[in-house]
Design a protein around this ligand. Sequence first.
Ligand code: SAM
Ligand code: DTB
Ligand code: SF4
Length: 339
Amino acid sequence: MTLRHDWTRQEVQALFDLPFNDLLFQAHTLHRAHFDVNAVQRSQLLSIKTGACPEDCAYCPQSIRYETGLKKDPLMEVQAVVDAAREAKAEGATRFCMGAAWRSPKDRDLDKVEAMVRDVKALGMETCMTLGMLKAHQAQRLADAGLDYYNHNLDTSPEFYGEIITTRTYDDRLETLGHVREAGVKVCCGGIVGMGEGETDRAELLRQLAIMNPHPESVPINNLVQVAGTPLAGGDALHPIEFVRTIAVARILMPTSYVRLSAGRTDMTDEMQALCFFAGANSMFYGEKLLTTTNPQNARDEALMARLGIRPEGGAPGQVHTPPVACVQAEAASADACA
Ligand code: SAM
Ligand code: DTB
Ligand code: SF4
C-alpha cells in the first residue's frame, strides 16, 4: 500500500467527524492489515537527569519555573542506568527510553550519554533517548553510538503551540527532527492531548506528523498528566471517547507506525485502554514510573493484557511478533513500511 504524506486539514477533520463505529472500524481494519493486533510493544522510561529545566513547557513538572516539589537530580552515572535497563528487560520491556530535562545537551554531556546507549544496547534492548534540541553533529554522535530512536515531540498544533511553550519554536522542533532523520536514527514523535486544545488542534498535530516523509516510526500520544504547580493543573480532562478518536485517526494517517498509548494511563480505565488497542494503539510505556510521574503497576498491566489476550511483542520466549503477510509485502515494497 502507498503511505500518504499529503493529508489536508479537511480530510483529517472528516475522520474526526465520522461516527465512532465507522472511525474505529476503519482504524482497526488498517491496524489488522499491518500488524499483529494481539501484540503490543513495551518501552520503559528512565529519567537520567531530572528537573531544573530552563524551558517553560506549561505541562511539565520538570521546568524550573514551576513549584512542583520535584526532587532534582544531575545526570546519572552510566552503571546505574544500565542496572535499571537490566531490570526493565527482566520485567519484559524491549526498549529502554532515557529522558533528560535539558533544553539541549552540551557536547560534554554526550560522552556519558553515548556510553549509556552502547551499554544498554549490549543488553539486547532497543535504545531511545530524549534530550531536547539537537544539533546535526550531536544527532550524528548518537547515531554512531548505535542509538535506535530519538524522541522529540511536536506536542500540539502550530496554532496552539504558543499557549504552551514560549522558549522554543515549532520550527526548532522540526529542525531537530530533521537532524535525527538525517543521521539515520529512527524518529519517535507525537504529542500531548488534554491541554485545553480544540479538536482542530488535535487534528492538526496528527496531520503535521503524517505529512512528514517518512512518517515517524513511533508516535507517542500522551494524555496530559496534570501536576500541581504547573500552569495546566486544574483544567478539564479530555473526554475518553475523544482520546480514543485521536488514537484511531493517528492509526489511519500513519498505518505502519507504532502508535504508543503513553502518559496518562494510570487514570484510564481498562475499558478505555481496550478501546485504544482496538483503535490501533500497539505500544505502551511499561513499568511503574514514567519520568517523574506514575504509570500503572506492572501487575495491573499484566492482568489487563491477559484479559485482552494481548502478548508483549518480542517479550517472553516463544512469544515472538510475527507480522502478518500484508505487512511483509508492504515492507518489501517500501523502505518505511512496518518499521
Ligand atoms: N526535555 C526534553 C524535551 O522536552 O524534548 C525531553 C523530556 S520531555 C519530559 C519529553 C516529553 O514528555 C514532552 O515533549 C512531552 O510531550 C511529555 N510530557 C512532559 N510532561 C508531561 C505531562 N505532564 N503529561 C504528558 N506528557 C508530558
Ligand atoms: C513521550 O512522549 N512521553 C514520555 C516520553 N516521550 C519521554 C514522557 C512522559 C512524561 C510524563 C510526565 C512525567 O512523568 O514527568
Ligand atoms: Fe524541559 Fe522537556 Fe519539561 Fe519542556 S518538556 S520543561 S524541555 S524537560
